[in-house]
Design a protein around this ligand. Structure first.
Ligand code: F6R
Length: 241
């Protein structure tokens, strides 16, 4: 595990974007695993700026997103499909047919999860997986539980996650109750994992996840065992370690 300490959110975003940019430059046809949420917005902004400046080319890049809400229309502005288009895909040249997210509107959860795992396998796995972390230690939507889930699966969101995500909706009632998410096994299989964390409110969970025991009760803790894991976190997020 490598920890890169940054001054603040902007510095974290630039450094994380630089690591992703290096991946794309080294391997133009790489598979990027992408995340949504508040934390990666600045990282995507930098990638878009460098693409506009002619420093980055995504023409051969393929993407797989970590997760998607279940039963939220794809066009809903808070679907992860919409988030990714708004923040990245609409602004760079990743070919539309190389973009992959779980289909949250496939009612057959088992078939959808198996199909998503098959897509990831057919791409040869993930070269670089970008992650944020939830206050309860979740990665993707892998919530605290008694065992690590391996492949893509359907989850019931915890009340804490619904509470955290309600800021994106008009009310808590509108937050979907389920999601499809890559499993911890899929995340651990990525050749490189890059986690970004910012803010004092994440300091407690950063300490627990990366300076405490590895346990499925803190899903992110498993990353301590990943051979190529980089944590890019700002001073506030690292204030307790
Ligand atoms: C997003 C995802 C989540 C978020 C996490 C942190 O695709 O899978 O695990 O990374 O909830 O979210 P923010 O960045 O909003 O604090």
């Amino acid at each position: 595990m490598r920890i890169i300490r940054t001054k603040n959110y902007e510095d974290m975003s630039r450094k994380a974007a630089a690591i992703i940019a290096a991946q794309v430059i080294h391997k133009p046809d790489c598979v990027l695993g992408l995340a949504t949420g508040g934390t990666p917005v600045g990282t995507y902004k930098n990638l878009v700026a460098w693409y506009n400046a002619g420093d980055l080319d995504f023409a051969e890049v393929k993407t797989v997103n970590l997760d998607e809400y279940r039963n939220l229309p794809r066009e809903h502005q808070e679907s992860y499909w919409s988030f990714m288009h708004r923040n990245l895909f609409d602004h760079v040249n990743i070919p539309a047919d190389k973009i992959n997210l779980p289909n949250g509107n496939n009612q057959d959860a088992e078939a959808e999860c198996a199909a998503y795992d098959a897509v990831i396998a057919s791409l040869g796995g993930v070269d670089l997986q970008l992650l944020g972390i939830g206050h309860d230690g979740h990665i993707g939507f892998n919530e605290p539980s008694d065992a690590f889930d391996l492949g893509t699966h359907c989850v019931d969101l915890t009340d804490e996650t619904i509470e955290a995500n309600k800021r994106f909706f008009n009310s808590k009632d509108e937050v979907p109750r389920q999601a499809y998410t890559m499993g911890t096994g899929t995340i651990m299989n990525a050749r490189k994992v890059l986690m970004i964390v910012s803010g004092k409110d994440k300091a407690e969970i950063v300490k627990k996840a990366f300076f405490g025991p590895v346990t499925p009760q803190v899903p992110a803790s498993i990353l301590q065992m990943h051979p190529n894991f980089v944590l890019v976190a700002d001073e506030d997020a690292l204030s307790l370690v």
